[in-house]
Design a protein around this ligand. Sequence first.
Ligand SMILES: *[C@@H]1O[C@H](CO)[C@@H](O)[C@H](O)[C@H]1NC(C)=O
Ligand SMILES: *[C@@H]1O[C@H](CO)[C@@H](O)[C@H](O)[C@H]1NC(C)=O
Ligand SMILES: *[C@@H]1O[C@H](CO)[C@@H](O)[C@H](O)[C@H]1NC(C)=O
Ligand SMILES: *[C@@H]1O[C@H](CO)[C@@H](O)[C@H](O)[C@H]1NC(C)=O
Ligand SMILES: *[C@@H]1O[C@H](CO)[C@@H](O)[C@H](O)[C@H]1NC(C)=O
Ligand SMILES: *[C@@H]1O[C@H](CO)[C@@H](O)[C@H](O)[C@H]1NC(C)=O
Ligand SMILES: *[C@@H]1O[C@H](CO)[C@@H](O)[C@H](O)[C@H]1NC(C)=O
Length: 422
Amino acid sequence: MTVQQSSNRKYHSILPIALASVLILGTTRLVFDNSKNSKDSIFQWQYWLQGSGLRRYIINASVNDDDNDDNSYEDIEDCNVFEGKWVWDNVSRPLYKEESCPFLVKQVTCQRNGRTDNMYQFWRWQPNECNLPRFNAAKLLRILRNKRLMYVGDSIQRGTFDSMVCMLQSVIPDGKKSLHKVPSKKVFYAEEYNATVEFYWAPFMVESNSDHSTNHSVIRRMVKLDRIADHSKNWEGVDFLVFESYVWWMYKPIINATNGDPNDMREYNVTTAYKMALQTWAKWLESSINSKTQKVFFMSLSPTHIRSSEWNPGSDGNCFNEQQPIHGPYRGTGTNLEIMKMVQETLQNLKVEVTYLNITQLSDYRKDAHTTIYTERKGKLLTKEQKADPKNFADCIHWCLPGVPDTWNEILYAHLLQEYYN
Ligand SMILES: *[C@@H]1O[C@H](CO)[C@@H](O)[C@H](O)[C@H]1NC(C)=O
Ligand SMILES: *[C@@H]1O[C@H](CO)[C@@H](O)[C@H](O)[C@H]1NC(C)=O
Ligand SMILES: *[C@@H]1O[C@H](CO)[C@@H](O)[C@H](O)[C@H]1NC(C)=O
Ligand SMILES: *[C@@H]1O[C@H](CO)[C@@H](O)[C@H](O)[C@H]1NC(C)=O
Ligand SMILES: *[C@@H]1O[C@H](CO)[C@@H](O)[C@H](O)[C@H]1NC(C)=O
Ligand SMILES: *[C@@H]1O[C@H](CO)[C@@H](O)[C@H](O)[C@H]1NC(C)=O
Ligand SMILES: *[C@@H]1O[C@H](CO)[C@@H](O)[C@H](O)[C@H]1NC(C)=O
């Protein structure tokens, strides 16, 4: 697992100009040679020495910004982007408008579904030690040229996929982009780039009786802890894979599962079962992933805000009507620390490199950003009566879009950028 380490570094001193320009010449050439797209070769690069190795810092591009590229960003390699704070930014946020993204599904269009406050759209995540690169859709599309990016997981992950589609689609002209559904998948395609962004439904990652892409609300959940092939055959060869799985495990502290004999269903402790599932997944990674050409990410658990007494002692509600993020230290019980620890330990011991996107804490501050009553249930928007009963009907698990998942994608973008220029 790759985890960004904290460091006190903010900016490195820059090498003496003469040495720096030699390095710039050398590396500009290198970048040019490796680049499929000559536009990318306009970067200036600066190098400096840090510790034992050569480190890179990318500064503003030179001229020729014909797609308004802002090519400056700080190398995030040594920065823990997951530690920071939410800052009010009604200038650069949101990254897209709900009404300008034709691909958004009803589940997440909170404004259209009647939410009247919209402050939740205007917060930007500011890491303590660095800045996230400004999201640039055209640049990401170039990174995704002839490639596939796939999100695997549950409906939270589907929201992250929807967010990414909205973040990308605005720069693609009509007729050159499409979204279609095939069983278990949603596929967004950017024709001019031959770039594919996909969502694959696998709420437990391993096989289960909840794998049907639409009809999965089975009452008796049953997970097949040692079986993954039905899913993983759809993941083979994908360039960028982003996995996520959490809420479906959390229904009860025990879960029915099989391991081996398909007729031998037993109740398992959820932590134990999830760990076994991750091991099955790890075996697939180890036998199938080519770390040279493929990159694997794992999204940490998305927290829930089901009990307002956790941030507002004495209250008896949930996330409904919350309009402000939590500022300051906070950790809700929607984050199961035992599961989180188990996942981190399991990922740490993998033979395949998996980048852990540790978005739990930053999302935990966002009690204001869930879909609450402005969403649908079983494919239908909440009725008037249901809306009048937020205590029973507010959804404090899923997130409005634009919203928090956009930040997760900005962080993913930062990593893809880092990878691309390495
Ligand atoms: C990069 O560009 C920004 C905005 O165009 C500017 O404010 C900043 O000073 C530039 N940084 C460098 C290192 O040239
Ligand atoms: C942005 O937020 C500031 C501070 O709350 C406010 O004064 C300003 O009117 C807002 N601007 C817009 C365009 O909403
Ligand atoms: C288009 O992208 C796919 C991967 O998504 C790749 O297999 C295929 O070769 C690409 N087509 C061309 C013409 O490059
Ligand atoms: C959904 O699946 C259940 C069994 O898993 C089945 O009984 C039911 O008919 C299915 N519903 C639809 C609409 O396909
Ligand atoms: C599940 O197993 C973990 C680790 O062995 C243990 O800490 C936890 O208490 C167990 N949970 C239940 C509900 O038995
Ligand atoms: C497991 O399945 C059995 C038989 O269907 C059921 O009685 C039991 O409640 C289930 N346990 C859980 C945790 O769902
Ligand atoms: C993820 O973030 C949490 C909270 O900020 C932290 O406690 C944990 O150590 C982090 N995990 C890793 C693997 O860095």
